[in-house]
Design a protein around this ligand. Structure first.
Ligand code: SAM
Length: 600
């Protein structure tokens, strides 16, 4: 009976509409179906009451899964490169090409290059990629692909095609009227001496109600970048892995080169490839495809963060000792001088000390944590020899890994998405924007910002970095608030729905103006959202990016003054965010293609 209650609570929230169908969900369903025994529940409860380490709880859950034989075979199966598979995928690409689905064709050709074993097959896939770019009128990208195809030894018998295509590209490029301007965000107020990527006026405070939080000591007007942070750890999302570099996340499908070992990872340069192998890929490479299949986006980030944590210390003993000290010292992002060459351990410290949500309970939530931790442990132990031979040769190393996986799973709600503008539709009552998520990240600074349903800053993704820009005029002494949920949640969810979500996911009760006084917001003037902005998402014009930005900001400040600075994200702010993304050219390949087509 207990087990039934225990397992029927299973209702894993999906982080995103595009979350891969994860195997762990299926394993859990299998456990529910066979009515997994009460003994795990009681065992976990007992371990909790005795204050036993999390590694023991993880062992307990793992033993159960092993005993019940619920681990699916495909967790043990890891994709390999094969010219045959590369050819089949290339043919899929050709079909897309014939049907004028060029973005899909580019992705398929990149996948084909990734699966290929021989240089000839890689070069043919990349040569085909150049044809897709040509049709997309992305001539520079076409030329880059032609260059790479040649580098991989494009077959002599086909070379004529490339020569003709390249000449046509050069011809078309000569006709181009002007180079497009891209807006480069920068912090427009004085910055901190020791943290040159954060505004000087921002300070860290701590109290009972808010925990740690960030306050400004000076007025900041709407439309000001107050921080541009490079995340500590980030992972690319499955659907973008054949479009973006796995290290820097640049959307450069025209210059991507495959990892020599696995068929799932691409890089924009040798430098990014070397960095990836140094920071995470040497460990992940043997199971990269499995990781995408088994885990959610957040879990992928947890997995990589733990790998990076281990690589930050010289050995298991030092690490175990330092982690205890790090937890005691409670250093955070503001404790460090970021102009110095910080050690990997120092860079990791603010991430390790991110807030933990929820309390220690022997309930379903804990079972889920143990379950994911044990899957991660199993993969690292069984298949990642680079990792296991260095760190998992003793019981101490294994337990440290289990405990750290558990710790990071518990703090994983600090993760956030990097996104790009995908599309927008005009509705009579306003515009609806769609964002395309391409990565998950942790940032030491961003993880100190609290939530409000009436946020005064928005997060903007700038390739691999995260920009934080004010969208309201903020007065000295006020706290900086971001919105953890999609910004329209204030409109779509009523107060009780918001309260449940925030409580379940982040363990706090929101007391922002909208939650505290919802009646004050019953009559938001609708028209304010429809002021015209100088940059329209559908046109994607950015002839003068700086000017575009300035007019968008002027418009935003008008809104902020009109509302008085404490209102939910309105359409105007959302439009501003879209403008900003377009000005920074943070748009999908589909929009870039459209833009290239509109160019003439
Ligand atoms: C990303 S962290 C923010 C920094 C956090 N306050 C700290 O001390 O590290 C998220 C956590 O902060 C707390 N929090 C966020 N917004 C809050 C709010 N408006 N009121 C109270 N607590 C909040 C919750 O515990 C939440 O899980």
């Amino acid at each position: 009976m207990l087990a039934k209650v225990f397992f029927t609570k299973f209702n894993m929230p999906k982080m995103s509409k595009d979350e891969p169908e994860e195997i762990s969900g299926k394993i859990l369903s299998a456990l529910v179906k066979i009515k997994a025994p009460d003994e795990v529940y009681f065992k976990l409860k007992e371990l909790c009451e005795k204050g036993r380490p999390n590694s023991e709880k993880i062992d307990c859950v793992y033993k159960l899964m092993d005993k019940l034989g619920v681990l699916p075979d495909n967790i043990r199966h890891h994709d390999k490169k094969s010219d045959m598979k590369a050819m089949i995928i290339r043919q899929e690409g050709n079909k897309f090409f014939k049907n004028a689905k060029y973005v899909e064709a580019v992705v398929a050709y990149n996948r084909s290059a990734c699966y290929a074993v021989s240089n000839e097959y890689i070069s043919i896939a990349i040569g085909n990629r150049s044809a897709a770019f040509f049709e997309m009128k992305m001539y520079q990208e076409c030329i880059e692909s032609i260059r790479l195809a040649r580098e991989y030894g494009y077959p002599e018998r086909l070379k004529g095609k490339l020569i003709v295509r390249e000449a046509s590209c050069n011809e078309e490029l000569r006709k181009r009227p002007k180079i497009r301007e891209i807006f480069v965000p920068e912090i427009m107020v004085p910055v901190k001496e020791e943290i040159p990527f954060v505004a000087r006026s921002l300070v860290l405070r701590e109290n009972m109600g808010f925990g740690r939080h960030v306050v400004t000591e000076e007025d900041i007007p709407a439309g000001t970048f107050i921080a541009i942070e490079e995340p500590y750890c980030k992972t690319l999302i499955d659907k973008d892995r054949y479009k973006r570099c796995a290290t820097c996340f640049e959307l450069v499908p025209d210059i991507l080169i495959p990892c020599e070992k696995c068929p799932h990872t691409m890089f924009c340069s040798q430098r990014c490839k070397d960095r990836a192998f140094e920071e995470f890929h040497a460990v992940e490479c043997p199971i990269s495809g499995t990781l995408f299949r088994v885990f959610t986006h957040v879990h992928l980030l947890v997995f990589r963060t733990v790998i990076r944590a281990f690589l930050a210390f010289s050995d298991v003993d030092t690490m175990a000792q330092r982690l205890v000290e790090i937890e005691k010292e409670k250093k955070n992002f503001f404790s460090f001088d970021w102009t110095k060459d910080l050690t990997p351990e120092e860079r990791y410290t603010p991430i390790h000390n991110m807030i933990t949500n929820g309390s220690e309970r022997a309930d379903f939530e804990m079972f889920i944590l143990c379950f994911h931790a044990s899957l991660m442990f199993y993969l690292l132990k069984e298949y990642c020899t680079v990792f296991s031979q260095r760190f998992l040769t003793t019981r101490k190393g294994e337990d440290l890994l289990k405990n750290l996986l558990y710790h990071h799973l518990r703090i994983s709600s600090n993760a956030y998405y990097q996104y790009t503008v995908e599309n927008f539709v005009n509705r009579e009552s306003g515009s609806v924007y769609f964002y395309h998520e391409y990565a998950m990240a942790y940032g030491g600074f961003y993880s100190l910002l609290n939530h409000s349903c009436c946020p005064n800053v928005l997060r903007v993704s700038i390739r691999s970095a995260t920009g934080i820009i004010t969208v309201k005029n903020i007065k000295a002494g006020e706290q900086i608030f971001t919105c953890y949920e999609p910004c329209h949640h204030a409109v779509e969810d009523d107060i009780s729905a918001r309260r449940i979500k925030l409580l379940e996911k982040y363990n706090f009760i929101c007391r922002c103006p909208l939650c505290a006084h919802p009646q004050n917001f019953a009559k938001l003037p609708i028209g304010i959202g429809h002021l015209e902005v100088p940059v329209q998402p559908d046109k994607c014009t950015f002839a003068n990016a700086k000017e575009g930005f300035n007019s968008a900001v002027a418009y935003l400040r008008l809104c902020s003054e009109f509302f008085g600075g404490h209102h939910p994200v309105c359409d105007a702010e959302e439009k501003f965010r879209v403008c900003l993304n377009i000005l920074c050219q943070n748009v999908t390949l589909e929009i870039q293609q459209k833009n290239a087509l509109d160019f003439f």
